[in-house]
Design a protein around this ligand. Structure first.
Ligand code: SF4
Length: 429
């Protein structure tokens, strides 16, 4: 049976193994897997492992700044906001060029801060598009005109998603506490239309993180409930010409820093909460149309069907930490779930830039001029035990990590096992 349009879109967005089998990704994935096979063989033979070949992440989350002009009560990056750390724009561009040489294909501008507050936001978007990268922006919506100014650079497959999480201005203000005058939900939605007007190819999304009473960002920091606004937010998104609304459940940060899902953190019993979530989603979906989608994130889907625990049993090696990383003013990290957390650190903020002659990378007694991130990634692949470190994370990359691990341990040549798939026009990981 053929899947309906929304389901097909959803399945394609989250089928990471299909994305890795696209013609543009296959050479990087194959090189990476071959190297992993050789590293494991070297360990068995007790010889020195080969160095990481010329590959790098296919996709990055690029946090341009930690600055934010909101104070959202449900913000998972609360402790990493408005810090006195920033990128050196020249070094950041060097890092990106180096990553492009290693196979980088897509960049999502988001993070603990608001990307449009980066002084060189427009220039950075243009630079990324000049490298023929797919680009996406996750924004709080307060500076939509800055995005509209560069909208003409975006191409098919690029997207802009606004984190709005509400259907009324009352809940919007209570959840987000925007700093500055005149920021309200009507004004944000109206200015978002300017992006679409400038370039209809941009997919415009309305993001809604569902919150409920009893959930806490951290111990003692409760969040405002917005669950009952799922339908009004959907109607609003449709009215203002968004292409879709996407729903995700609220995540919290565990003590050791990872982003986790906790359905028992609620002031009602789990069954009742699930009933309300199902009802909200059903109402939202009743407003779907050919040109307006209601997207249930995979997180929400596993939350609702009760299978979320299955995604917490990770294999020991996380291969995705080599194929998708986070570049932030706090440093380079192996995964958005460990953004800003020391155990997930790949290196300093410019770790993917080539070291200068005065500042070579030191590996043991060896001095070289490779980006420090190569050593950081190699070290994490060997030592970061995802089974233990991500045991509480509902990791959507769990199936693709298992797929990649199977390819590493299989005996047949990779060319025979890693069949290329069609180009799905989506390189975001
Ligand atoms: S196993 Fe999942 S949560 Fe853990 S580092 Fe890898 S992608 Fe991130």
């Amino acid at each position: 049976m053929e899947l309906p349009e929304t389901e097909r879109h959803f399945a394609a967005m989250h089928d990471f193994s299909a994305k890795l089998r696209q013609p543009s990704a296959i050479p990087v994935v194959q090189k990476y897997l071959q190297w992993q096979r050789e590293v494991r063989a070297a360990a068995v033979e007790g010889v020195t492992a080969p160095a990481m070949p010329s590959v790098g992440p296919l996709s990055i989350n690029l946090d341009l700044t930690t600055a934010c002009n909101y104070a959202c009560d449900h913000c998972i990056d609360w402790d990493a906001l408005n810090l006195a750390v920033r990128h050196d724009d020249v070094r950041l561009r060097e890092a990106i060029l180096n990553l492009v040489d290693r196979g980088l294909q897509s960049v999502i501008l988001l993070g603990g801060g608001e990307p449009t507050l980066y002084p060189g936001f427009g220039s950075m978007v243009r630079f990324l598009k000049e490298q023929e990268l797919q680009v996406a922006v996750v924004t709080n919506g307060s500076n939509n005109e800055k995005i509209a100014e560069v909208a003409e650079c975006f191409t098919e497959g690029d997207w802009v998603r606004l984190s709005l999480d509400s259907g009324s201005d009352e809940i919007f203000q209570a959840m987000h506490h925007p700093k500055g005058r005149g920021i309200d939900l009507d004004q944000i939605c109206a200015s978002a239309q300017g992006i679409k007007r400038r370039n209809p190819a941009v997919q415009l999304g309305y993001s809604f993180v569902i919150t409920w009473l009893g959930s806490e960002r951290e111990a003692g920091a409760g969040v405002i409930e917005n669950l009952e606004e799922m339908e009004s937010a959907t109607l609003r998104a449709k009215q203002y010409g968004f292409d879709y609304i996407s729903f995700k459940p609220f995540l919290t940060r565990a003590e050791e820093g990872a982003e986790v899902m906790d359905p028992d953190q609620a002031s009602e019993d789990r069954e009742h909460l699930l009933q309300r979530l199902h009802a909200g989603l059903k109402l939202a979906k009743s407003h779907e149309e050919e040109f307006f989608r209601v997207v249930e994130s995979i997180n929400l889907r596993v939350f609702l069907d009760g299978t979320w625990k299955d995604y917490t049993a990770q294999p020991r090696t996380c291969h995705m930490q080599a194929l998708r990383q986070v570049l932030s003013p706090l440093g380079v990290f192996n995964c958005p779930a460990h953004r800003g957390v020391e155990k997930g650190r790949v290196g300093k903020l410019d770790a993917w830039a080539l070291p200068s002659e005065d500042d070579p990378t030191t590996t043991g007694s060896k001095v070289d001029f490779l980006p420090a991130a190569i050593h950081g990634t190699t070290k994490l692949l060997a030592n970061f035990n995802a089974t233990a470190e991500c045991r509480e994370v509902t990791c959507l990359y769990n199936p693709v990590n298992r797929f990649l691990e199977d390819l590493v341990v299989a005996e047949a040549p990779l060319e025979d096992l890693l069949e290329g798939g069609p180009d799905c026009g989506d390189c975001f990981l």
